[in-house]
Design a protein around this ligand. Structure first.
Ligand SMILES: [Zn+2]
Length: 469
């Protein structure tokens, strides 16, 4: 099966040029000017950008949290992702204390099997570093799960201690894996939460007030120092504030292999969203919390200068009615997370490229290429090159759209960006040479998505970001 995409402008993390793309089965077979190859189908992409498919390094699909399950599973979550221009995700596999890690991995494979419409990989959560869990890791890395997640927050739920973090870093160095941290000081948060509840402070805004930026900065600095000590590598997920950015910049200046991710919500929404009447603030309860608006430009600056290198969504959706309202009398019972998987690509293009904050190549690097490099998927994923998977977004840079729960594809009853106008929209999306979205309609098949066996972490593959445009 051959497809020919003609007349588009190909944009990668480094280049922008007009050329045709020949796709043969799942791969890019040729790129050239006026390709005249016989194809089964010719797609006219006049006026469109041709981007490599987006890669979302941070999703939680079909995940239990706070006595409920996320509203989106592997089917609805990946369909929404595809609509938004994302063709690969790396989802977090949660594990259980005292249980074999492989058992949790098997469970996550079952969640995705028969449902995913785009390709997916797993990060493995490490709750404890016992002799048994550490023994399992080499085989798991060999099977293509080459990143470990350690939570420094959510005391008595997900939180791991510093010994676990340190041992994870040592093992990661040994095995060629990347350690990811949710960096917030869970012990201090626990104290602040108890204090707030004792004072009768139960509204959603107290979620933010009990997790101040200092606890994120402190945990980020601690994880970075331990990474330096272990001579290992660290990826800090969902960086939300200046306090954490400073610690990452400091670590990188010392030559530590410390990388940072932020999310589109941290450059567009702010803490005032949690402070709304009628419990509306619960729609914006996730961790780290939304911050003071002044952080927006500071995060953009960190993106521009390469301190932060990727954009994740931190998709973790719960309905407002029936799920978020579990916490109507107590903010600690609001399930943490939001429906964020769908608009990551469009918002970063609109707010980043259209508003002149980043170049179009930086955009591709942030939403796709850098993640592929950091997490062992490059160059199969994350670029458009001969031999790479034909994961392709045909993107209209001038289309205007208003984000709304009325029109989104996530299985959830609200959208945190409701009413926001974005310019630029994915029109058609191919995953391994197959249309999953065609003229904005979903045409894929649940179960067609494949598990991505990722390569080991390789520092040489992680080339420095091109700095500000
Ligand atoms: Zn997360």
């Amino acid at each position: 099966m051959k497809k020919l995409i003609k007349n588009g402008t190909i944009v990668t993390a480094t280049d922008q040029y007009e050329a045709d793309i020949l796709i043969e089965d799942e791969k890019v077979a040729a790129i050239g000017v006026n390709l005249n190859e016989q194809a089964d189908e010719v797609i006219d992409a006049q006026g469109a950008y041709i981007f490599p498919g987006g890669i979302d390094p941070h999703t939680h699909l079909d995940m239990p949290f706070g006595g409920t399950m996320t509203a989106d599973d592997y089917e609805t979550g990946t369909i929404a992702a595809a609509h938004g221009g994302t063709t690969s995700i790396v989802d977090f596999c949660l594990t259980e204390k005292g249980q074999p890690l492989q058992k949790s991995i098997d469970k996550w494979h079952e969640k995705a099997n028969g449902k995913a419409v785009i390709d997916y990989g797993f990060h493995l959560q490490l709750l404890e570093a016992t002799e048994n869990t550490l023994k399992e890791l080499p085989a798991i890395v060999k099977d293509g799960i080459t990143s470990f997640k350690v939570f420094m927050a959510y005391k008595n739920v997900f939180q791991a201690d510093d010994e676990t973090l340190y041992k994870a870093l040592l093992t990661a160095k040994e095995e060629g894996a990347l350690v990811m941290v949710h960096a917030e000081n869970g012990d201090v948060i626990d104290h602040l939460v108890k204090e707030a509840l004792a004072n009768g402070n139960t509204d959603p805004i107290y979620h933010a007030l009990t997790r101040p930026p200092e606890v994120e900065g402190e945990a980020t600095g601690r994880a970075a120092q331990l990474t330096g000590l272990a001579d290992s590598q660290l990826y800090v997920v969902h960086v939300s504030c200046q306090e954490a950015i400073e610690k990452i910049a400091e670590a990188r200046e010392k030559g530590f292999r410390v990388y940072g991710e932020t999310c589109h919500q941290y450059v567009t929404l702010d803490v005032s969203h949690l402070d709304q009447p009628n419990f509306e603030g619960a729609k914006y309860v996730w961790s780290p919390p939304l911050r003071d608006k002044k952080n927006h430009e500071l995060i953009w600056k960190a993106i521009q200068n390469g301190t932060l290198q990727t954009i994740g969504s931190d998709q973790c959706s719960f309905n407002f009615k029936g799920q978020k309202d579990l916490g109507i009398d107590d903010f600690t019972k609001i399930p943490n997370g939001g429906p964020l998987i769908e608009d990551r690509f469009s918002i970063m293009f609109s707010e980043g490229v259209r508003k002149g904050r980043i170049s179009i190549n930086q955009f591709v690097d942030l939403v796709s290429t850098r993640t592929a490099k950091l997490f062992g998927m490059f160059p199969k994923k994350g670029t458009i090159a001969v031999g790479s998977d034909a994961d392709i977004v045909i993107f209209d840079p001038n289309a205007e759209r208003t984000i709304s729960a009325e029109t989104h594809h996530m299985n959830v009853d609200y959208n945190p960006f409701e009413g926001m106008k974005v310019t630029g929209e994915p029109i058609s999306v191919l995953s391994r040479g197959e249309f999953v979205i065609r003229e904005k309609e979903f045409v894929g098949k649940p179960g067609r998505g494949q598990f991505m066996k990722r390569k080991r972490f390789n520092e040489d593959a992680v080339i420095e970001t091109a700095t500000a445009k």
